[in-house]
Unconditional design. Structure first.
Lengths: 122, 232
């Protein structure tokens, strides 16, 4: 069973992703901050990482290059699609520029997430 | 009706052209019960502030079209809304320039979301300490949203600083406030002249009250200590 790491400071998003991907047959590890995620990433063999961009202390844009420096694996960046501040497309573009393989808007549809993970791990 | 709504949730304007910083601030403040609006272009700020009267503004100094300091100076010509400037500049000279432009606080990058939240909460606590809008004491009535003070139901033509000092004096019956305590509410004035300025502001308040009621001296000087409101 492949290991997937989910890094997001929002508990509800972590839980939704965890449930969706467990049903699809993946082994899920969760972290509620960039630093906690980084520690898990150093100690466990992961096939894919899902990273929230808007996290306090360290953003996904800062975290992704650090993860890729340790190991080159597929990374899915996720970000709030309903933010008033800026179109989240811009934020996901920044994530892709920092090394994310794809970007998905929150709330992430379980079907789209499973399809994306399956495609990246095929 | 707008004021009733604003009492429920404070409205914070974020002026920041860097999308991830703006979105992170928005996420943090929204999660902590604030209404938030974000503007990336300095040219849109004055119009928006005039129309929407935010309770606080968080503003990056480096912006397209207008810099934060110029904007802060312009906002101060028509509003007393607290303004926090955000910048990567760490020189004291830059901080003083920002504070002298009328800003109430200064946040240096990199900042933590917890720090920003704590500073905002502290500012609202400080404002609430001396600006209960329904306060009626010793013949005075204050409207903090409009920065208006009434004595015997007649509007006093007070400056912003005079209003803040009067509000502080009225916040607790019979309490004697030292000059240094009153200086605390004049946070946007030049620090060196603050204590001397307090005496001038008190003199002006007395004069303006006496225009309504000639024989009244509502602010008593407590020699060597400060001032208190006279409650009959």
């Amino acid at each position: 069973m492949k290991n997937i790491l989910v890094i997001d400071d929002e508990q509800i998003t972590r839980s939704l992703i965890e449930i969706s991907l467990k049903v699809a047959g993946y082994n899920i590890h969760v972290a509620n901050s960039a630093n906690e995620g980084l520690e898990l990433f150093k100690n466990i063999e992961f096939a894919l990482v899902i990273v929230d961009i808007l996290m306090p202390n360290k953003t996904g844009v800062d975290l992704i290059p650090e993860l890729l420096e340790i190991k080159k694996i597929p990374i899915i960046a996720i970000s709030g699609g309903r933010r008033k501040a800026f179109n989240s497309d811009f934020i996901l573009d920044s994530a892709r520029e920092s090394g994310a393989t794809i970007g998905l808007k929150k709330p992430v549809s379980p079907n789209l997430l499973i399809q994306s993970v399956q495609k990246l791990l095929a | 009706m707008k004021h009733y709504y604003k009492k429920m949730r404070k409205l914070i304007l974020i002026v920041e052209d860097e999308p991830i910083s703006a979105a992170l601030l928005e996420k943090n403040l929204t999660a902590n019960g604030f209404d938030v609006f974000c503007i990336a272009d300095g040219a849109e700020v004055l119009n928006w502030v005039t129309k929407n009267q935010p309770d606080l503004i968080l503003m990056d100094i480096k912006l397209p079209n207008f810099d934060g300091i110029t904007l802060c100076q312009k906002i101060r010509t028509f509003s007393v809304v607290p303004v926090f400037l955000i910048t990567s500049c760490i020189h004291e000279r830059d901080k003083l320039k920002g504070l002298n432009s009328g800003a109430d606080d200064y946040i240096c990058k990199p900042y933590s979301q917890d720090e920003v939240l704590a500073r905002i909460k502290a500012m609202f606590r400080r404002l609430n300490r001396f600006s209960d809008e329904s306060l009626t004491i010793a013949g005075f009535r204050l409207n903090k949203d409009a920065f208006q003070a009434f004595y015997k139901n007649q509007l006093l033509d007070l400056t912003r600083s005079e209003f803040r000092i009067l509000a502080m004096l009225l916040s607790k019956e019979n309490k004697v406030y030292s000059r240094s305590m009153l200086v605390e509410v004049l946070h946007d004035e030049d620090a060196e002249t603050l204590e001397r300025a307090v005496d001038g502001h008190i003199k002006n308040i007395r004069k303006k009250v006496q225009q309504v009621s000639a024989d009244k001296n509502v602010i008593k000087t407590i020699y060597g200590i400060g001032y208190k409101i006279v409650v009959e």
